[in-house]
Design a protein around this ligand. Structure first.
Ligand code: PMP
Length: 433
């Protein structure tokens, strides 16, 4: 075991040499050494329940994945300009998972890259530049994906520094937005229509629209009923391309749906995925139609050195095999439903609970100071997360006010794990914060 002073020295070294904008989760973080399933262990052997890891969907340290990756590393790893089985087989498998017509795949290394490429595809396909996106959004760190990221929690200057081609519309936050409840789509659709009319007036055309199809960054809030159907229609009417960012919410996490857009009953023109599909290995993808994919050739060829490498394809295939064999989407639905009911019960007992958002194992617990005014309980939420760490639970806030617990554990979460989380949360709320 590393003595506490050694761990502190390591943290000081991180602060000295790892660039400052790369934030740590905690002010006094445990030094994590290994993980298994939904648990992580620090250098002192303390166990933490990982309720926040939306990347490691299979759980930590999965032996079947480690074995498959190790075998492929010793066989071959190179770039996708070579002809090998993995890239053909994995691309077909992703196309098979997508709705009909979305049969063409680009393999990249992250969600930021996937969204960047999706935006470039929309530009190339439409011949226009203007892009519609939502307020409160996060889509990545690359220049283009950052441009459509409007979350003030991630970037306090976000709203005053977006380039002129970015047109952010009212966040369809049915809990605290200007229109509330699942049947509030009309108000948000009108806001989108107004923004589209302003773009029309510029006579420059519309490239498209990007959004998460269940609103993950605002805490896992489903979009109002019928919202995407109508906004997609208005965007397509103008020659724009619709992009569903499924990086966080898609790929089985919602339990009840494999894709977030299934919840809205729509099919986008482009799907972007990453995070869970690689279980922590850098892997992302864009799935679209042949026509949209081919339009990129106007700008030359596309090549990513490690995107779709033999190792990445084995990771992608093995993740899907394990998800199927261990029925992880079903587990996300069943354990998610159970956890949701436990969180709703906390809402009966504690006034600070404003709402339980989400479904499957993408849940959001929103804390408010007052159920009438919905004043966000931001400081309280930070304290609750700190106290949960003392009790062995990793949890972090999200949303523009950082007052929503983002509950997105590995999809293998057990019922006992879900109950431990709910019990510890009850204890913290009983203690006060
Ligand atoms: N889109 C969404 C919705 C995300 O949550 C994230 C990451 N938080 C990204 C894109 C960017 O993905 P990555 O970190 O893999 O670049």
């Amino acid at each position: 075991n590393a003595p506490a002073s050694e761990s502190e020295a390591l943290l000081a070294s991180r602060q000295a040499h790892f660039a400052k904008p790369q934030k740590n989760y905690y002010r006094r973080p445990p030094q994590i050494e290994r993980g298994f399933r939904e648990e992580m262990y620090d250098v002192d052997g303390r166990t933490y329940l990982d309720m926040v890891n939306n990347v490691t969907i299979l759980g930590h340290g999965h032996p079947r994945l480690a074995e498959a990756v190790g075998r492929q590393w010793s066989l071959l790893n190179t770039n996708s300009r070579f002809h090998y089985a993995g890239v053909a087989e994995f691309s077909k498998r992703l196309a098979d998972l997508a709705p009909e017509g979305l049969d063409t795949v680009f393999l990249v290394n992250s969600g930021s890259e996937a969204n960047d490429l999706a935006l470039r595809l929309a530009w190339a396909h439409s011949g226009a530049r203007n892009m519609l996106c939502l307020l409160e959004a996060y889509h990545g760190w690359t220049v283009a994906s950052d441009a459509v990221s409007t979350s003030i929690a991630d970037n306090p200057q976000a709203l005053t520094t977006r380039p002129s081609w970015v047109h952010a519309i009212t966040s369809p936050n049915t809990f605290r937005g200007p229109f509330r409840g699942p049947d509030s789509a009309a108000g948000y659709i009108a806001a989108a229509e107004k923004a589209l009319a302003a773009i029309d007036a510029k006579e420059e055309g519309l490239a498209g629209f990007i959004c998460e199809s269940v609103y993950g960054n605002s805490g896992g809030i489903p979009l109002p009923k019928g919202y995407l159907k109508e906004v997609y229609r208005m965007v397509r009417e103008r020659g724009g391309v619709t992009i569903a960012d499924e990086v966080q919410v898609g790929y089985g996490r919602l339990g009840h749906y494999f894709w977030g857009f299934d919840e809205q009953g729509v099919t986008p023109d482009i799907i972007t995925i990453a995070k869970g599909m690689g279980n922590g290995h850098p892997l992302g993808a864009v799935i679209t139609s042949r026509a949209i994919a081919d339009s990129l050739e106007k700008e030359g060829y596309f090549f990513s050195s490690a995107g779709g490498s033999p190792v990445s394809c084995v990771v992608g295939q093995t993740v899907l095999d394990i998800m199927r064999d261990e029925r992880l989407q079903d587990n996300a639905r069943d354990i998610g439903d159970h956890l949701r009911s436990r969180l709703e019960a906390l809402g009966q007992r504690f006034a600070i609970v404003g709402a339980v958002h989400g479904m499957g194992l993408y849940l959001g617990l929103e804390f408010v100071r007052d159920r009438q005014t919905l004043e966000p309980a931001t400081i309280e939420t930070a304290r609750i997360c700190d106290r949960l760490l003392d009790l062995g639970v990793i949890m972090q806030p999200t949303g523009d006010y950082l007052n929503v617990l983002k509950i997105k554990p590995p999809l293998c979460l057990s019922r006992a794990g879900a109950d431990y989380f709910a019990d510890m949360l009850a204890r913290v709320l009983e203690e006060g914060y």
